[in-house]
Design a binder for this molecule. Structure first.
Ligand code: PLP
Length: 256
Protein backbone atom coordinates (compact mmCIF):
# COMPACT_ATOMS: atom_id res chain seq x y z
CA UNK A 1 0.00 0.00 0.00
CA UNK A 2 2.89 2.35 0.65
CA UNK A 3 4.65 3.02 -2.67
CA UNK A 4 2.21 2.83 -5.57
CA UNK A 5 3.52 -0.13 -7.59
CA UNK A 6 3.94 0.13 -11.34
CA UNK A 7 1.33 -2.07 -12.94
CA UNK A 8 2.41 -3.04 -16.44
CA UNK A 9 -0.25 -3.37 -19.12
CA UNK A 10 -0.95 -6.87 -20.43
CA UNK A 11 -1.32 -6.85 -24.22
CA UNK A 12 -0.76 -10.52 -25.10
CA UNK A 13 -2.04 -13.86 -23.84
CA UNK A 14 1.46 -14.52 -22.49
CA UNK A 15 1.40 -11.24 -20.51
CA UNK A 16 -1.90 -12.29 -18.95
CA UNK A 17 -0.60 -15.76 -18.14
CA UNK A 18 2.44 -14.24 -16.45
CA UNK A 19 0.47 -11.65 -14.48
CA UNK A 20 -2.09 -14.21 -13.31
CA UNK A 21 0.68 -16.64 -12.33
CA UNK A 22 2.45 -13.87 -10.38
CA UNK A 23 -0.72 -12.91 -8.51
CA UNK A 24 -1.54 -16.54 -7.77
CA UNK A 25 1.91 -17.25 -6.39
CA UNK A 26 1.68 -14.17 -4.15
CA UNK A 27 -1.77 -15.36 -3.04
CA UNK A 28 -0.42 -18.82 -2.22
CA UNK A 29 2.49 -17.34 -0.26
CA UNK A 30 0.14 -15.12 1.76
CA UNK A 31 -2.11 -18.10 2.52
CA UNK A 32 0.87 -20.20 3.55
CA UNK A 33 2.07 -17.50 5.97
CA UNK A 34 -1.08 -18.00 8.04
CA UNK A 35 -1.42 -21.75 7.57
CA UNK A 36 -4.21 -21.57 4.99
CA UNK A 37 -4.34 -23.65 1.85
CA UNK A 38 -4.07 -21.78 -1.47
CA UNK A 39 -7.26 -23.33 -2.82
CA UNK A 40 -9.30 -21.65 -0.07
CA UNK A 41 -8.93 -18.34 -1.91
CA UNK A 42 -10.35 -17.51 -5.33
CA UNK A 43 -8.97 -14.87 -7.68
CA UNK A 44 -11.61 -12.65 -9.31
CA UNK A 45 -10.00 -10.63 -12.13
CA UNK A 46 -11.53 -7.14 -12.27
CA UNK A 47 -11.84 -5.98 -15.86
CA UNK A 48 -13.39 -2.51 -15.61
CA UNK A 49 -12.24 -0.12 -18.40
CA UNK A 50 -10.70 -3.02 -20.36
CA UNK A 51 -12.27 -3.45 -23.79
CA UNK A 52 -13.63 -6.74 -25.08
CA UNK A 53 -10.80 -7.36 -27.52
CA UNK A 54 -8.26 -7.33 -24.72
CA UNK A 55 -10.62 -9.33 -22.53
CA UNK A 56 -10.44 -12.14 -25.07
CA UNK A 57 -6.71 -12.38 -24.40
CA UNK A 58 -7.33 -12.59 -20.66
CA UNK A 59 -10.00 -15.23 -21.22
CA UNK A 60 -7.54 -17.22 -23.34
CA UNK A 61 -5.16 -17.05 -20.38
CA UNK A 62 -7.81 -18.63 -18.15
CA UNK A 63 -9.84 -15.71 -16.76
CA UNK A 64 -13.38 -17.08 -16.98
CA UNK A 65 -14.89 -15.06 -14.15
CA UNK A 66 -14.75 -11.28 -14.54
CA UNK A 67 -15.59 -8.52 -12.06
CA UNK A 68 -17.02 -5.22 -13.26
CA UNK A 69 -17.84 -2.13 -11.26
CA UNK A 70 -20.38 -0.46 -13.57
CA UNK A 71 -23.37 -2.45 -14.69
CA UNK A 72 -23.88 -0.91 -18.11
CA UNK A 73 -20.25 -1.42 -19.05
CA UNK A 74 -20.53 -5.02 -17.88
CA UNK A 75 -23.76 -5.62 -19.79
CA UNK A 76 -22.22 -4.28 -23.00
CA UNK A 77 -19.20 -6.54 -22.66
CA UNK A 78 -21.34 -9.55 -21.78
CA UNK A 79 -23.12 -9.06 -25.11
CA UNK A 80 -19.88 -8.57 -27.03
CA UNK A 81 -18.51 -11.75 -25.47
CA UNK A 82 -21.72 -13.78 -25.64
CA UNK A 83 -19.94 -16.35 -27.82
CA UNK A 84 -17.53 -17.30 -25.00
CA UNK A 85 -18.77 -20.45 -23.25
CA UNK A 86 -18.79 -20.50 -19.46
CA UNK A 87 -17.91 -16.83 -18.93
CA UNK A 88 -19.37 -15.52 -15.65
CA UNK A 89 -19.91 -11.85 -14.74
CA UNK A 90 -19.62 -10.49 -11.21
CA UNK A 91 -20.98 -7.00 -10.58
CA UNK A 92 -18.91 -5.64 -7.70
CA UNK A 93 -19.86 -1.95 -7.60
CA UNK A 94 -22.64 0.10 -6.07
CA UNK A 95 -25.92 -0.38 -7.91
CA UNK A 96 -28.72 2.13 -8.43
CA UNK A 97 -32.10 0.46 -8.11
CA UNK A 98 -33.15 1.53 -11.60
CA UNK A 99 -30.28 -0.57 -12.98
CA UNK A 100 -31.15 -3.74 -11.06
CA UNK A 101 -32.97 -5.04 -14.13
CA UNK A 102 -29.68 -5.21 -16.04
CA UNK A 103 -27.93 -7.18 -13.31
CA UNK A 104 -30.85 -9.61 -13.28
CA UNK A 105 -30.31 -10.28 -16.98
CA UNK A 106 -26.72 -11.43 -17.09
CA UNK A 107 -24.81 -11.40 -13.80
CA UNK A 108 -23.76 -14.56 -12.00
CA UNK A 109 -22.98 -12.70 -8.79
CA UNK A 110 -23.61 -9.28 -7.23
CA UNK A 111 -21.19 -8.29 -4.49
CA UNK A 112 -22.58 -4.94 -3.35
CA UNK A 113 -25.96 -5.62 -1.74
CA UNK A 114 -26.43 -2.84 0.81
CA UNK A 115 -30.14 -2.18 1.26
CA UNK A 116 -33.42 -4.10 1.44
CA UNK A 117 -35.13 -2.02 -1.24
CA UNK A 118 -32.45 -3.18 -3.67
CA UNK A 119 -32.82 -6.82 -2.55
CA UNK A 120 -36.53 -6.57 -3.29
CA UNK A 121 -36.04 -4.98 -6.71
CA UNK A 122 -33.40 -7.53 -7.68
CA UNK A 123 -35.58 -10.40 -6.50
CA UNK A 124 -38.53 -9.17 -8.56
CA UNK A 125 -36.44 -8.68 -11.68
CA UNK A 126 -34.83 -12.10 -11.28
CA UNK A 127 -38.29 -13.65 -11.09
CA UNK A 128 -39.14 -11.97 -14.40
CA UNK A 129 -35.95 -13.36 -15.95
CA UNK A 130 -36.38 -16.80 -14.38
CA UNK A 131 -32.89 -16.53 -12.86
CA UNK A 132 -31.15 -16.60 -9.50
CA UNK A 133 -28.17 -14.52 -8.39
CA UNK A 134 -25.37 -15.10 -5.90
CA UNK A 135 -25.02 -12.08 -3.62
CA UNK A 136 -22.59 -10.75 -1.07
CA UNK A 137 -23.55 -8.11 1.46
CA UNK A 138 -21.29 -5.07 1.22
CA UNK A 139 -20.10 -3.71 4.56
CA UNK A 140 -18.46 -0.34 5.14
CA UNK A 141 -15.64 -1.48 7.42
CA UNK A 142 -13.58 1.70 7.10
CA UNK A 143 -16.25 4.15 8.21
CA UNK A 144 -15.26 6.37 5.29
CA UNK A 145 -18.15 8.31 3.74
CA UNK A 146 -16.92 7.59 0.25
CA UNK A 147 -17.36 3.85 0.70
CA UNK A 148 -20.73 2.22 0.21
CA UNK A 149 -22.01 -0.62 2.35
CA UNK A 150 -23.84 -1.25 5.59
CA UNK A 151 -22.38 -0.10 8.89
CA UNK A 152 -21.15 -3.23 10.73
CA UNK A 153 -23.72 -2.72 13.50
CA UNK A 154 -26.60 -3.08 11.02
CA UNK A 155 -25.42 -6.26 9.34
CA UNK A 156 -27.01 -8.86 11.64
CA UNK A 157 -30.51 -7.40 11.36
CA UNK A 158 -30.08 -7.02 7.58
CA UNK A 159 -29.10 -10.68 7.14
CA UNK A 160 -32.19 -11.81 9.04
CA UNK A 161 -34.39 -10.19 6.37
CA UNK A 162 -32.73 -11.87 3.38
CA UNK A 163 -34.50 -15.27 3.37
CA UNK A 164 -37.57 -13.39 2.10
CA UNK A 165 -35.86 -12.96 -1.28
CA UNK A 166 -35.90 -16.47 -2.67
CA UNK A 167 -33.99 -15.67 -5.86
CA UNK A 168 -30.97 -14.29 -4.02
CA UNK A 169 -28.35 -16.87 -3.04
CA UNK A 170 -26.65 -15.13 -0.14
CA UNK A 171 -23.02 -16.30 0.16
CA UNK A 172 -21.21 -13.89 2.47
CA UNK A 173 -19.69 -10.43 2.71
CA UNK A 174 -17.68 -7.94 0.68
CA UNK A 175 -15.72 -4.87 1.72
CA UNK A 176 -13.33 -2.22 0.45
CA UNK A 177 -10.65 -1.49 3.01
CA UNK A 178 -9.46 1.96 3.94
CA UNK A 179 -7.12 3.42 1.35
CA UNK A 180 -4.66 4.26 4.11
CA UNK A 181 -0.88 3.78 3.86
CA UNK A 182 -1.12 2.55 7.46
CA UNK A 183 -1.18 -1.24 7.23
CA UNK A 184 -2.83 -1.66 10.61
CA UNK A 185 -5.83 0.40 9.50
CA UNK A 186 -6.22 -1.71 6.38
CA UNK A 187 -5.96 -4.91 8.40
CA UNK A 188 -8.54 -3.64 10.88
CA UNK A 189 -11.10 -3.39 8.04
CA UNK A 190 -10.46 -6.98 7.00
CA UNK A 191 -10.63 -8.14 10.62
CA UNK A 192 -14.00 -6.42 11.04
CA UNK A 193 -15.43 -8.33 8.07
CA UNK A 194 -14.00 -11.62 9.33
CA UNK A 195 -15.49 -11.01 12.78
CA UNK A 196 -18.92 -10.25 11.28
CA UNK A 197 -18.84 -13.62 9.57
CA UNK A 198 -17.92 -15.41 12.79
CA UNK A 199 -20.76 -13.63 14.60
CA UNK A 200 -23.21 -14.20 11.74
CA UNK A 201 -22.46 -17.89 11.52
CA UNK A 202 -23.71 -18.47 15.05
CA UNK A 203 -27.25 -17.77 13.89
CA UNK A 204 -27.56 -18.18 10.12
CA UNK A 205 -31.12 -17.86 8.78
CA UNK A 206 -32.42 -20.74 6.64
CA UNK A 207 -31.25 -20.58 3.04
CA UNK A 208 -28.43 -18.14 3.76
CA UNK A 209 -24.72 -19.00 3.62
CA UNK A 210 -22.09 -16.68 5.01
CA UNK A 211 -18.75 -18.32 4.27
CA UNK A 212 -17.48 -15.94 1.56
CA UNK A 213 -15.30 -12.96 2.44
CA UNK A 214 -14.57 -10.86 -0.66
CA UNK A 215 -11.79 -8.50 0.36
CA UNK A 216 -8.47 -7.35 -1.02
CA UNK A 217 -7.49 -5.68 -4.32
CA UNK A 218 -4.21 -5.18 -6.20
CA UNK A 219 -2.72 -3.06 -3.42
CA UNK A 220 -3.79 -5.10 -0.41
CA UNK A 221 -4.80 -8.64 -1.39
CA UNK A 222 -2.00 -10.31 0.55
CA UNK A 223 -3.08 -8.63 3.79
CA UNK A 224 -6.67 -9.63 3.05
CA UNK A 225 -5.70 -13.27 2.59
CA UNK A 226 -3.77 -13.22 5.83
CA UNK A 227 -6.97 -11.95 7.47
CA UNK A 228 -9.22 -14.62 5.97
CA UNK A 229 -10.32 -13.53 2.46
CA UNK A 230 -11.94 -16.27 0.36
CA UNK A 231 -12.14 -14.07 -2.77
CA UNK A 232 -9.75 -11.32 -3.84
CA UNK A 233 -10.76 -8.80 -6.52
CA UNK A 234 -7.69 -7.93 -8.56
CA UNK A 235 -7.69 -5.55 -11.51
CA UNK A 236 -4.53 -3.56 -12.12
CA UNK A 237 -2.06 -6.29 -11.15
CA UNK A 238 -3.52 -8.41 -13.97
CA UNK A 239 -4.64 -5.92 -16.63
CA UNK A 240 -2.33 -2.98 -15.93
CA UNK A 241 -2.72 0.49 -14.48
CA UNK A 242 -6.01 2.28 -15.14
CA UNK A 243 -6.07 5.74 -16.63
CA UNK A 244 -9.04 6.94 -14.60
CA UNK A 245 -8.81 7.64 -10.88
CA UNK A 246 -10.71 5.36 -8.50
CA UNK A 247 -12.98 8.26 -7.53
CA UNK A 248 -14.59 7.80 -10.93
CA UNK A 249 -15.68 4.32 -9.85
CA UNK A 250 -16.52 5.14 -6.27
CA UNK A 251 -18.52 8.33 -6.51
CA UNK A 252 -19.24 10.21 -3.33
CA UNK A 253 -23.00 10.61 -3.56
CA UNK A 254 -24.84 7.44 -2.61
CA UNK A 255 -28.27 7.22 -4.21
CA UNK A 256 -30.76 5.42 -2.05
C1 PLP B 1 -11.64 -1.69 -9.29
C2 PLP B 1 -12.09 -2.49 -8.13
C3 PLP B 1 -11.26 -3.48 -7.60
C4 PLP B 1 -9.88 -3.80 -8.14
O1 PLP B 1 -8.99 -2.76 -7.90
P1 PLP B 1 -7.49 -2.88 -8.48
O2 PLP B 1 -6.75 -1.79 -7.86
O3 PLP B 1 -7.62 -2.73 -9.97
O4 PLP B 1 -7.02 -4.24 -8.12
C5 PLP B 1 -11.75 -4.21 -6.52
N1 PLP B 1 -12.97 -3.99 -6.01
C6 PLP B 1 -13.80 -3.06 -6.50
C7 PLP B 1 -15.14 -2.85 -5.88
C8 PLP B 1 -13.39 -2.28 -7.59
O5 PLP B 1 -14.22 -1.33 -8.08
Amino acid sequence: MTAQPQYSTATTVEDFQRHVADVKSRMAAAAARVGRSADEVRLLPVSKTVDSDRLRLAIAAGCTDLGENKVQEALRKSRELADVPGLRWHVIGHLQSNKAKFVAQFAHEFQALDRLSLAKTLNNRLAVEGRTLEVLVQVNTSGEDSKFGLPPAEVAAFIRELPAFERLRVKGFMTLASNSPDESRVRACFQTLHRLREQGQQDVPAGVELQELSMGMSGDFELAIEEGATVVRVGQAIFGARALPDSYYWPDEPDM
